[in-house]
Ligand binder design. Structure first.
Ligand code: NAD
Ligand code: TYD
Length: 339
């Protein structure tokens, strides 16, 4: 794997993956294709400016001409596909961009990668394609897909396209499905970075419904090590689940953040529940452990403390990404939940 094309490398998880790859594989080059939507920030990879093994290409994965040219001009050994619209709440407001990027964009990338005969294609997906669990049980790779939000439906659609390219054309694709990530550079619209940055500013934190929904939290660096293992050791046609074995209710997360940031419980604000809110996600990641030799390593309490420290040390980043269009989105989102 000498030459990698990464899509969505200016986002939260993609930027961690690019940093890890360049640090861990000294003979590898990475081209990062990103459309720089509201969630993409070139600053996330500012430390790589001038690195001869790294190149940024500003472009959209739905642009077939651009993707064809890129793949023809620069033969890549593998494609690792992160680019997506990634937030459930936004998909409930407008599913159009989700279908365009997540479904159409994946199809364009698959066709161009197939024509270019890449050796491996890693499709980064989510446990949300499995739907919701009750109080017990875990998602395995055999759990039927039952997506409940427009976001997860668009990701499940892209997973099905990837599956079909393996089945029909023996296209060497692997699908990874991971649980909720946390860590540095996460856009502060998702639970953990939103609550950290609100609490730092002494603003209220909006809990949807009763706060009893459960997510399985994994540090972004563990997720990226899993994707790397899938890239190098994953069998084409296979799916690998990654999770942190760290189930927490949203209320547990909130109370932990209040404690670590030394803020009062009066900042908790219960708001209207998310429509169709999935109750519980929890991953059985034993296949990845067995077949890829991967295991989650970051202890949640330590990862969370480091994440808080990162947001404390990067207030310029946070105030920039939380301003302008984001402010408008946030106010609209919560005005409707408080109504
Ligand atoms: P993110 O929203 O932080 O970043 C997405 C990136 O994709 C941004 O840099 C954005 O500019 C880029 N992008 C969006 N549309 C594009 C387009 N049309 N063309 C090119 N680039 C485009 O997302 P993230 O949280 O880093 O998630 C990355 C991937 O991991 C997604 O596919 C997501 O479904 C998956 N995933 C995320 C989580 C999580 O907890 N965040 C968990 C499991 C899987
Ligand atoms: P989120 O970070 O949006 O990830 P996902 O919906 O993909 O799991 O949300 C995580 C959990 O936190 C989910 O149960 C919804 C809840 N949540 C809140 O209670 N308040 C908020 O402001 C946000 C963004 C999420």
């Amino acid at each position: 794997m000498k030459r990698l094309l990464v899509t969505g490398g200016c986002g939260f998880i993609g930027s961690e993956f690019v940093r890890q790859q360049l640090a861990n594989y000294p003979d590898q080059t990475v081209v990062n294709l990103d459309a720089l939507t509201y969630a993409g920030n070139v600053e996330n990879l500012a430390a790589l400016e001038g690195n001869p093994r790294y190149e940024f290409v500003h472009g959209d994965i739905t642009d077939r001409n651009l993707i064809d040219t890129l793949l023809k001009d620069k033969p890549f050994d593998a494609v690792v596909h992160f680019a997506a619209e990634s937030h459930v709440d936004r998909s409930l407001l407008d599913s159009g961009p989700f279908v365009r990027t997540n479904v159409l964009g994946t199809q364009v990338l698959l066709d161009a990668s197939r024509a270019a005969k890449v050796d491996k294609f890693v499709h980064v997906s989510t446990d949300e394609v499995y739907g919701s669990l009750g109080a017990t049980g875990l998602f395995t790779e055999e759990t039927p897909l039952a997506p409940n939000s427009p976001y997860s439906a668009s990701k499940a659609s892209s997973d099905m396209l990837v599956r079909s390219y393996f089945h029909s054309f023996h296209f060497p694709a692997v699908i990874t499905r991971c649980s909720n990530n946390y860590g540095p550079y996460q856009f502060p619209e998702k639970l953990i970075p939103l609550f950290i940055t609100n609490l730092m500013a002494n603003e209220q934190v909006p809990i949807y419904g009763t706060g009893t929904n459960v997510r399985d939290w994994i540090h972004v660096s563990d997720h990226c090590r899993g994707i790397d293992a899938a890239l190098r050791k994953g069998m084409p046609g296979e799916v690998y689940n990654f999770g942190g074995r760290c189930e927490k209710t949203n209320m547990e997360i909130t109370l932990l953040l209040l404690e670590l940031l030394e803020k009062p419980q009066s900042l908790i604000r219960y708001v209207a529940d998310r429509p169709g809110h999935d109750l519980r996600y929890a991953i059985d990641c034993s296949k990845a452990e067995r077949e890829l030799g991967w295991t989650p390593q970051v202890v949640f309490s330590e990862g969370l403390r480091d994440t808080i420290n990162w947001y404390r040390e990067n207030t310029t980043w946070t105030s920039r990404v939380k301003s302008g269009a984001y402010r408008q989105y946030y106010q609209q989102q919560y005005a409707s939940r408080l109504a």
